[in-house]
Design a protein around this ligand. Structure first.
Ligand code: ZN
Length: 327
């Protein structure tokens, strides 16, 4: 049973983080949580999310009618309820106007995918919902097609972003991940080059995502376009060459300009695949089914290389999630 007061405190804490990150100005943004039995907690309207107190949090029923709390509920509750009604597994929603992400939403330019591994795993594709006047039922329904495509993070045209998950902190984290990603994309645009991860490597990420249990509409994708497509307008004019892949020779050594090629290292014993450190097959607190996945013995150097790459990726994602959990 979820403790109501603790949940209200958590909503206040996330409101503070949102405000301190600059994702909301003045009284913008809202957060909600499904308490069960048709009751939902949500932030009030007309109060800065940076200075919320537990007593400020409103309680509404599943039509949005206020049934508790000292201050009037957010005017955007229908957007939140649309998510709760459509996705029974989702218990938390966060909405804000994170500037880098909102820049894509006002430009009407799709956020490209297949660029950062963590983003692919944690949020995947981020669509832009059609514009409508905030607050009404029509506005709330703009996100419906994207919820049905299993998106957990959606941009709202000329407005901001909304994200959802099973718990409050992860709903908020999606906004952080999205805004950081959009900031990095905009920086890369200034450098003038963005490289996508190759399709086979994106499929590895999707495979990992499936094992972790995070939905993605691309799990059943057949063609390359289906996996890699989207964000074409942003990528236009950039190099579309996939990033170069790590090469491993038959003896398990990497080729290229690594330490093994230095004159002082020639003839010296080099690290072998078997001596590489192992990482636990656990991501986001969830054990990946088939526990031997990361330690499976390989029959070819090619498979060995693919496993090493996966290990490296799992380590990066695990570290990222540990960082996130640490706040
Ligand atoms: Zn808004």
């Amino acid at each position: 049973m979820v403790n109501e007061f603790e949940t209200k405190k958590m909503i206040c804490e996330l409101g503070r983080r949102m405000y301190n990150k600059g994702y909301v100005a003045a009284n913008d943004g809202n957060i909600s949580y499904r308490m069960g039995n048709g009751r939902f907690l949500c932030t009030p309207t007309g109060v800065s999310k940076g200075f919320l107190k537990p007593d400020d949090i409103a309680t509404v029923d599943d039509t949005g009618k206020q049934i508790g709390g000292g201050k009037p509920r957010t005017s955007e509750i229908l957007l939140h309820l649309e998510i709760f009604h459509e996705l029974p597994d989702i218990d938390a929603v966060a909405h804000a106007h994170p500037p880098h992400a909102t820049a894509f939403a006002i430009a009407g330019v799709d956020v490209p995918s297949c660029i950062l591994p963590e983003v692919e795993i944690l949020i995947g594709r981020v669509p832009i919902a059609e514009y409508d006047t905030p607050g009404g039922k029509d506005f709330a329904e703009t996100i419906l097609p994207h919820l049905r495509r299993k998106c957990n993070t959606i941009l709202l045209a000329n407005h901001g972003a909304v994200a959802c998950d099973k718990d409050l902190e992860h709903a908020y984290f999606h906004l952080e991940t999205l805004d950081m990603y959009c900031q990095i994309l905009l920086l890369a645009k200034q450098i003038g080059k963005v490289q996508q991860i190759s399709e086979p490597k994106v499929r590895e990420l999707l495979d990992l995502k499936k094992r972790i249990g995070i939905p993605d509409e691309r799990f059943d994708c057949q063609g390359e376009r289906c996996v890699m497509g989207g964000g074409d307008e942003f990528l236009k004019g950039f190099s579309m060459q996939p990033i170069p892949q790590h090469q491993t020779s038959a003896d398990g050594h990497g080729r290229g300009s690594g330490i093994a090629d230095l004159p002082s290292q020639q003839g010296q014993p080099q690290p072998q695949g078997e001596s590489l450190p192992r990482f636990p097959a656990v991501v986001a607190g969830r054990t990946i089914p088939g526990g031997d996945y990361l330690g499976a013995s390989s029959t070819t150097a090619r498979k060995r290389a693919a496993e090493d790459e996966t290990e490296r990726l799992v380590q990066i994602i695990t570290e990222k999630i540990i960082q996130m959990s640490a706040g």
